[in-house]
Design a protein around this ligand. Sequence first.
Ligand SMILES: [Zn+2]
Length: 583
Amino acid sequence: MAGRIPQQFIDELINRVDIVDVVDSRVALKKRGKEHIACCPFHNEKSPSFTVSQNKQFYHCFGCGAHGTALGFIMEYERLDFVDAVEALAADYHIEVPREEGAYNPQQSDNKKPVYDALTDASQLYIQQLKPSQRAIDYLKNRGLSGEIAKTFNLGYAPDSWDFILSGLGKTPEKIKSLLDAGLLIKKNEQKYYDRFRDRIMFPIRDRRGRIIGFGGRILDQGEPKYLNSPETPVFHKGQELYGLYEARQAVRDLKHIVIVEGYMDVVALAQHGIPYAVATLGTATSQEQISRLFRIVPEIIFCFDGDPAGQKAAWRALENCLPVLHDGVQARFLFLPDGEDPDTLVRKEGQQTFEQRLKAATPLSDFIVNHLSEQVDLSSEDGRARLSELAKPLIAKLSSGVFRDLMIEKMSKHIGLSSSNLQRHMPEENTQALQSQYKTPQHPRHKIHVTHTRLAVALLLQFPEIAQQTALPETLVNAEISGLPLLFKLHQTILQTSNISPSVLLERWRDSPDENALTQLMQWTIPESDQQNRLKQFEDAIKGLCRQHREQRLDILLNKSQQSALNSDEKDELRQLSQAQD
Ligand SMILES: [Zn+2]
């Protein structure tokens, strides 16, 4: 196996490339003011909302919300994983990618590696256990699953044992720690651990690069819970991942649509019956993040729900999460299954063709809205129709703008029996997506974020890393309990430790980390020109604000405590200092 690519090389590569060239050689860009624009390559559109900023070395689409660095662009555009994208980018510039020789250096390496390794090793053990377990094999056979499909999805079996994984893989304290971090073990007390998954069919969950990041386990017989998922871990974030997405992208080269179902077994059963484009959420409602990610891959999503009231309710929640991320060129549909059926049972009964006919006939999102709202009013009366447009208001308000919004209003007007211009007057002002305060993230409402001292400080540091050399962070804040502060400190430290740092190099350093999302959001903030010129003062003001916030928090805590018990001498000193402190 080739060695690791040195971090320093990646930094230098990112600094050397110009995102405008990188994008322009794949998607022709036009210059407009300071930015370069094009029709977005990640969603269908007629007028350009895809922008590339040379200053920030960052791209962003106002239509679908796609964004990232030059390297991120290659990954999305050419559908490459990180290492292949580095190779492709280097090839653009005729640079050879060096590889590190020799043993892997834990200091430099990704600290998640032991967790990924633990998950992969566990998956291998589960797979080995499947064959000798007649009950597990019978269970899968009864569901019509072939050995081949079990292999595609790497299905396995966790035996009915408290220490199968523990004794198989937890040979050293380090290994036990990795298994614990991976969510495979549960800690009972200081000395004792036991297996999380017992007597379950195991479904490995893979990320977009195909790495195993967690498991879903389905109970074999009766028992609760029916599905058990890995907990949140350093590599597994439920709201972001979708079960089966990696497999679907592997199976279908050019995906046209994706079906979202509720269970892992549904995904596998559909694939078995010739519908290899289903995914499942991981025991949560479909999040906006998941939906917008899917819309970057396919133009159409079909949600599949039970026909019962619980299914209707879940569908409505999915719809509400859909609205803010809908844009021209994409659509969502809703399929309600007959009572008592799920996709697994139904596709086994009906087969591929009939099930696909159901998918084709699924209710478009706009019809679902109208049907759902119409049930609550009497459409035959003038009052009822007026009430319907009232009910639709908050939903329409969630739509970003543009052709799609107009189409929705037109469609609704037909149902309501009003002219669309008439209905338009009833509708709220277009969503201008302004952020509270002057900072703008000109994009989806889902990206609206409040300006806090921490966020402002992080955004300034990220976009203008030279600030770190000009000002230190006060030590008093090291232990402050303010969210985002650890990120601020780490960012500050990383800048000081790295020569030639730039915003995009910083973003790449945080790729695949839990803070990656926060940083890319803050990269998108447009900091007003006047504040940019005063950035050092702005930064220092934000830090002062944080110190003030920390002081007030400590004051509250100490004052509260002093009312209940005596303060020790350190606390008394602290309280005295806090009460005297000025800005
Ligand atoms: Zn786009």
